[in-house]
Design a protein. Structure first.
Length: 451
């Protein structure tokens, strides 16, 4: 058995006899046969180890400056009851942002106080559910929401813990659409135009109903440069000192958000979370000393860095079609169609995200040819990988494995072209179990109530 490059593939990914890929001790040919394709295969130990390790490196770095860290797994990256239970078992908490995510958390038995609720447009029902579940924090995202949450708290007869989401002006992340803390977008309250301060003062003015825990920011996703996090953290800490000076109130907590980048291909450098944690702790300690204020309790909200690298998508190859391309230089590109596509991975179409893949069911000694891996949807932009070299004998019935698909794959999946969304199978210690079942045609028809 040969182990594959750990940076892109989950732990325990090996090549067996004849070159078949093994995931967590399971031969992909058996996985495909038993559970069908497309299939998300998540390595449970890999997922849990990343969750644990993020918690440990952050807690250790902040213990050195006399503080503690809560890690909220961002459920939006991928959530089901099994995953919710894994993160709680590994000592993390759970970040949700809709009624649906709270419902999964409830079914999984996640204690409300270990949850947070986000959202730039929370419904009254979502706010009421969060209060009824006694979630540990509601993250306020607009001035109007302060009054709405306060009224709901009063109606429930409870003082509700809240944070205020602020935008620091730091713009970071892999793509404009996944960068969230610059000013011209829908999330949070601006430090620069004074609305963040106004929100904090409003919350303090509603002190009978709202308990101000602190401030939150999330600067974007798939960030590979630690500097952006450090700059943003310093701005948050300076604002916390300003609030102390203006109101006398020292906010006990600061949430630095998620966004830690991972490797999708060999060319990507994943963020070094231990080094990042140390840099952040140092910057926060310096900032607190300079402004003579106590170091806050810290929280972070990683999703991708935990879920992303743990999972591989298995596709079956269908039509293989050579196409002559003439862009000044005539060449042949082979279109390799798989049995999923943009319905199980919208990221290439939405963000130009890059992935890699390998022939998974066998070895091939054939030369490699230039291929484009495409899905089966009625959209020419339904591309999984625009340019990749695959063995020249790739053929219908082969399996193709695409790594690093655990985050924002199944969670952003759609039923476009009325395709059933894939199952998710967890592998561990040579065993495999379904944690999200494949949709059926009956599921697709269930919402169609007829003419
Ligand atoms: C508020 C908030 N927290 C956490 C996350 C998780 O981000 P990531 O999966 O990049 O760690 C997101 C998504 O970008 C988010 O919007
Ligand atoms: N869905 C995005 C990231 C946004 C995360 C939520 N704020 C992605 O696939 O990269």
């Amino acid at each position: 058995m040969t182990a594959l490059v750990a940076r892109v593939w989950p732990r325990e990914t090996t090549l067996g006899d004849g070159g078949a890929l093994h995931l967590g001790g399971q031969d992909v040919r058996d996985l495909a046969q038993n559970f069908g394709t497309p299939l998300f295969v998540v390595n449970e130990d890999d997922f849990r180890a990343r969750a644990r390790s993020l918690r440990e490196v952050f807690q250790s770095a902040f213990a050195d400056i006399g503080s503690d860290v809560d890690v909220y797994y961002a459920g939006k990256s991928f959530l089901c009851t099994a995953v919710a239970q894994w993160v709680i078992a590994e000592g993390l908490r759970l970040d949700t942002c809709t009624g649906g995510e709270m419902a999964v958390a409830r079914r999984a038995g996640v204690p409300g106080p270990k949850m947070g609720l986000h959202g730039n447009n929370k419904s009254d029902r979502e706010i009421a559910t969060a209060i009824e579940m006694k979630v540990g924090r509601i993250v306020i995202d607009s001035l109007a929401e302060v009054g709405r949450v306060a009224a709901a708290a009063r109606a429930a007869g409870r003082r509700v813990p809240v944070m205020v989401r602020v935008t620091t002006g730091v713009h970071a992340g892999g793509h404009e659409f996944i960068s969230t803390a610059h000013e011209d977008q829908k999330f949070g309250l601006s430090l620069a135009d004074g609305s963040a301060l106004k929100a904090v003062e409003l919350v303090l003015g509603n002190g009978d109903d709202l308990e101000l825990l602190g401030i939150h920011t999330h600067i974007g996703s798939q960030i590979q440069d630690p500097t952006a996090f450090v700059v943003s953290a310093r701005k948050l800490l300076a604002f916390r000192a300003l609030v102390r000076d203006r109101t006398g109130f020292v906010m006990p907590e600061v949430d630095l958000g998620g966004g830690f980048g991972i490797a999708y291909t060999k060319a990507d450098e994943p963020i070094d979370s231990a080094a990042l944690a140390r840099e952040l702790a140092q910057a926060i300690d310096d900032e607190c000393s300079a402004t003579e204020i106590t170091v806050p309790r810290i929280s972070i909200e990683p999703g991708r860095a935990i879920a992303g690298p743990s999972t591989v998508t298995l596709y079956s190859v269908g039509v293989v079609k050579p196409v002559t391309v003439d862009d000044g230089d005539v060449k042949v590109r082979t279109y390799v169609s798989v049995d999923g596509g943009m319905s199980d991975n919208i990221r290439p179409a939405l963000y130009g995200a890059e992935y890699t893949a390998r022939l998974a069911n066998r070895d091939s000694s054939k030369v490699k040819i230039r291929c484009r891996v495409v899905g089966k949807h009625c959209e020419s932009g339904d591309i999984v990988i625009p340019d990749i070299d695959l063995p020249a004998d790739i053929a219908p019935g082969d399996l193709l494995a695409v790594p690093a698909t655990g985050a924002y794959g199944r969670s952003m999946a759609s039923n476009y072209n009325l395709i059933e969304r894939p199952a998710v199978v967890a592998v561990r210690g040579g065993a495999a179990r379904v944690i999200v079942r494949r949709e059926t045609e009956d599921d697709l028809l269930a919402t169609d109530v007829g003419a």
